[in-house]
Design a protein around this ligand. Sequence first.
Ligand code: ADP
Length: 541
Amino acid sequence: MLGLMQDRPLLISQLIEHAALNHADTEIVSRSVEGPIHRYTYKDCAARCRKLANALTKLGTQQGDVIGTLAWNGYRHLELYFGVAAMGAVCHTVNPRLFPEQIIYIINHAEDKFFFTDLTFVPLLEAVADKLSTVKQFIIMTDRAHMPETKLANVLCYEELLDAENDSYQWPLFDENTASSLCYTSGTTGNPKGVLFSHRSTMLHSYCVCMPDALGLSAMDTMLPVVPMFHANAWGIPYAAAMCGTKLVMPGARMDGEAIYELMETEKVNLSAGVPTVWMMLLSYVKENKKKFTYMRYTIIGGSAAARSMIETFKYDYNVEVLHAWGMTETSPLGTSCRPKKKHENLSDEEKVTLSLKQGRAVFGVEMKIVDGNGKDLPWDGKQFGNLLVRGPWIASGYFKGAGGQAVDEDNWFDTGDVSTIDPDGYMQITDRSKDVIKSGGEWISSIDVENEAIGCPGVAEAAVIAVPHPKWDERPLVLAVKEAGSNVTKEQVIEHLSKTLAKWQLPDDVVFVDELPHTATGKLLKNKLRDAYKDYKLPT
Ligand code: ADP
């Protein structure tokens, strides 16, 4: 027997129209690329989304067309997020930090029909434009006064386009499984792979993001997403914010510590989200300038593991709690979040920090398991680690146009490429990427464990741990470390520090100090590059 409930499709148009009606005067504040702070409301935003849909219709946009963007976190990008998807087209966010060849590949592979760009990225597009085979028109996201001289052909001005339209538009109803946005993973090897989200997956993910034990957004919050809208949909925060009426503060092109801190204070931001690299910059700014946070309550860290020292600095020096979360582009991205349970209430502060080092419990909607090298399930004992598999309604079932191979097995399990433990309470902890674990004489050493401890050594600013070939043990760990400015920290001091927490066989064979470490487009350590550079490195033993 079927239930007698209405079969209304879950569509992104409902998000922005809901916010326009129920949070009409809630603000969206952006640091504009042109310079000044721009502020308007969800009601204004929705009106401009409708104007955009009218403009795109006139330009000839059909349902299913892919519309590209190269843009920072700002109000115009937000209008594209909502407007493009709501009319039934696909909003394709391109990551400007990728190499030009990857950007060309991605735009052609996605077959972007119209392309919207912030002023910042006009030179980047000019350099690749003659290799883009599908783009009919470029739209520069600024007003007439700021339109640049450009070599790009077929250029339009965003504000002129919107000015010519009225703000009534009837959003179409269609199947909730229709594609809504497209995002390519940076892919450290091979071509980037396209992850194609649907209205349904985005809406279900948004409900989840708002849950108190997930990211916990509400109409009481002011959220500053530092995580870029060109990376994994800014962790779904723009959609979730519209769902619950959260005030949004968008940092635009300025991600430096000073600019982020200033916005946090002037806009009374209590909640933020970003990768550890961003927080390193912010913390070093506030430390050097002896600042305090007046309103910040908690910050969400994901994308890479949050180190104990960072969690402790936020907590003890600045009274800001860290919420550790895990996910990937293929998981929309929220998979787990590390909220305590009632039974953890009386833990000591130190024990609470230890718990928050874990990546967290699966949010409802994401099933999770760990398996050994033969695909056999491993127990949730918090000790044994294996390949982490997930499935659920906001997990990718395949890659765009099949490029990138099979994404899931016959039971729909998606192999994340992460290696982790899961404890009896369901808390997952990443021990490594499967390709980064150090295989030393039959034992596995987690490169991340050693890195996190090394970063805690006074005088060390950043560290990467890689496997170096070893005649007897197959592989042994090597630490590559960047010193803090003015520090004289030595190899012996780093090893001495590590030996407080690591077993003897897990200690690195050597520590090499370098001026800087290579990062991926998304701020993660580029370990394959380091492995290449040090593949012939002679360990002292
Ligand atoms: P990319 O484009 O770099 O692949 P993703 O955001 O999709 O970007 O990367 C996902 C990967 O990032 C995960 O598979 C995991 O290895 C890593 N990751 C994400 N969150 C965390 C975290 N909290 N701790 C450790 N690693 C994380």
